[in-house]
Write a protein that binds this ligand. Structure first.
Ligand SMILES: *Cc1c(COP(=O)(O)O)cnc(C)c1O
Length: 427
């Protein structure tokens, strides 16, 4: 029996039932080739797949699991809430507790609206920005991903980048006509767009640390420059922190880089492994949202008590101050290990890390934008990925994604990774 025979059999069955055998495209391994592993269990820093292989998990469900799998406090909080009913479609006190935590964490957020996914958060802030400004234009950056709402599927990162699609079928030209795409970290390009049509632009929307083209930090002055341009033209600055919130900093990118957005998207960590996300920001803007204001947005499971409990328990653990530094230390050790191993075996590698997110790009040059990310050797990443997987380390199955660490990762996991690197880097 091969070590992934069960996964292969499950995938064959899945291909007849789910498009591509998956519920979300990147999971299908198209970016690296081969057959995806089916997962059975998570345990701290480990995933246990359908064949019983124990894999060091550097995906952490694409970001949410900053405490690792099945953290006892999260499990306990969720179980307690679940026994009293999982959804009421009515307000609950636990929403307020999580909202208070968010408001206390982010100086730019006065009020918050809970939704169920980052996609919903992205879609809703665009509607709100347009409703509040009476303008339709939207500036977004090449390779940034904000979920799969139609107006945002122009030059999007993540799975769209992995599959090499410039766009998506089914998105009409009219829907993206007001979306202006510029290169990340290119302030002059943004200046030019605003010089031409600044009075039509509702918002600049970005990941302040890009994570969906691999990790790309903002160049010095980039974020402050965007803030100044938005102010000069009466546009809003919207920072999508669905990935970076509680990840690049104990708070988020806006705190780490000291920039004040008008609106913010949150997701991933905020749901503690359950479907919860949020958007929030300036009080006057949030009061434009229904039922107080004219911008409609709603959700059957929004503010779901089980998801709120998981998020709250996660943020409670983070607030004690030990978990984030632990995840950050592990990421720093991983970064150093990757650099040293690459140097030793003579493979050009640029490791970009901000806090608990990092990406090894197979190139010798710094990656400042999506064009740079695409210029890196994605085929080599695929070979690296499979060699690491064979050695028991689960990396993101795409060269255009971030790896994530958790507070549960420790010395044993680091050792296993470091031992696998020389062989995998030269695969
Ligand atoms: C993951 C992600 C989203 C989409 O969130 P989903 O919950 O997958 O819909 C949006 N923006 C960013 C920056 C993300 O990383």
């Amino acid at each position: 029996m091969s070590h992934d025979a069960t996964s292969r059999a499950l995938f064959a069955r899945a291909e007849g039932l789910l498009p591509g055998g998956v519920s979300s495209p990147v999971r299908a391994f198209r970016g690296v080739g081969g057959t995806p592993r089916f997962m059975r269990r998570g345990e701290g820093p480990y995933l246990i797949d359908a064949d019983g292989n124990r894999l060091v998990d550097l995906v952490c469900s694409w970001g949410p699991l900053i405490l690792g799998h099945a953290h006892p406090e999260v499990v306990e909080a969720v179980s307690r809430v679940l026994r009293d009913g999982s959804t009421f479609g009515a307000p609950t006190e636990i929403e307020l507790e999580l909202a208070e935590r968010v408001v206390a964490t982010f100086p730019a957020i006065d009020m918050v609206r809970f939704v169920s996914s980052g996609t919903e958060a992205g879609m809703s802030v665009v509607r709100l920005a347009r409703g509040a400004t009476g303008r339709t234009g939207l500036v977004k950056f090449d390779g940034c991903y904000h979920g799969h709402a139609d107006p945002l599927l122009a030059a999007a990162g993540s799975g769209v980048a992995t599959l090499g699609l410039p766009d998506s079928a089914g998105v009409s030209a009219a829907t993206t006509a007001d979306t202006i795409v510029v290169p990340f970290n290119d302030l002059e390009a943004v200046e030019r767009v605003f010089a031409a049509r600044g009075d039509q632009i509702a918002a600049i929307l970005l990941e302040a640390v890009a994570g969906n083209m691999g990790v790309v930090p903002p160049a010095p002055g980039f974020l402050a420059g965007l803030r100044a341009i938005a102010d000069r033209h009466g546009a809003l600055l919207v920072i999508d922190e669905v990935m970076t919130g509680w990840r690049v900093d104990p708070a988020g990118a806006q705190v780490r880089y000291d920039v004040r957005p008008d609106l913010v998207c949150l997701g991933k960590v905020i749901g503690g492994g359950f479907p919860a996300a949020a958007y929030g920001g300036r009080r006057d803007l949030m009061l434009q949202v229904a039922p107080v204001g004219p911008v409609y947005q709603a959700g059957t499971l929004s503010g779901n008590p089980v998801a709120m409990a998981a998020g709250l328990a996660t943020l409670d653990v983070l607030a004690r101050g030990e978990a984030w530094p632990a995840a950050d230390r592990f990421a720093a050790a991983l970064e150093a290990g990757l650099r040293e191993a690459a140097e030793r075996v003579g493979i050009p590698l640029t490791v970009q890390r901000v806090g608990t997110m990092l990406t090894p790009f197979f190139t010798e040059d710094p990656v400042r934008n999506y064009a740079d990310a695409r210029a890196a050797d994605a085929a080599r990443y695929g070979r690296f990925f499979h060699a690491m997987l064979d050695a028991g380390v689960y990396l993101p199955p795409s060269a255009f994604e971030a790896s994530f660490t958790s507070a549960a990762h420790g010395d044993a996991e680091l050792e296993r990774i470091l031992a696998a690197l020389p062989n995998a880097l030269t695969a």
